[in-house]
Design a binder for this molecule. Structure first.
Ligand code: ZN
Length: 148
């Protein structure tokens, strides 16, 4: 029996639109970036930080630019109020808004929120959120509360 702390993600409608716009702009490549926020259990996103996708094959995978992550961590360390990187986002061009088996192979942080959008030539899906709890062999969906 595996137990994990339930988590919810709070996202504004404007932030959801920023995520969808990133997925559309990157298509047919995967977009990616970092989510900044705070809270435990109920995590509120405060900022969305798109980064370059430095994966060798950005049509099929994503890799967040490590320099951008380093710069953001350094900025957050000195910022007030205290915020942290709560997770990251990416898109699946011509795919589904669920983590792939490749994503599962890349998942190592049980606290990280994974936000995924499906993207196509016609647009992008609403963002969905997931987490890969420690000791659990897959992703679980994290309910997203959309704020006005
Ligand atoms: Zn993926």
């Amino acid at each position: 029996m595996t137990s994990f702390t339930p988590v919810q993600l709070r996202l504004s409608a404007a932030q959801a639109q920023v995520l969808r716009d990133a997925a559309i702009a990157a298509y047919p490549r995967e977009c990616c970036g970092l989510l900044v926020g705070g809270g435990d259990g109920e995590i509120t996103v405060r900022a969305i930080v798109p980064t370059a996708n430095v994966a060798a094959d950005p049509h099929r995978s994503f890799s967040i630019d490590p320099q951008a992550q380093f710069d953001l961590l350094r900025k957050l360390r000195s910022g007030e109020p205290k915020q942290r990187i709560v997770g990251h986002f990416h898109s699946h061009p011509d795919g589904a808004a669920i983590p792939s088996s490749h994503d599962l192979a890349m998942a190592y942080d049980p606290e990280a929120i994974w936000v995924v959008m499906a993207a196509s030539a016609d647009g992008a899906s609403a963002p969905k959120a997931f987490r890969h709890p420690a000791g659990y062999d897959g992703f679980i969906e994290v309910p997203v509360t959309m704020l006005a």
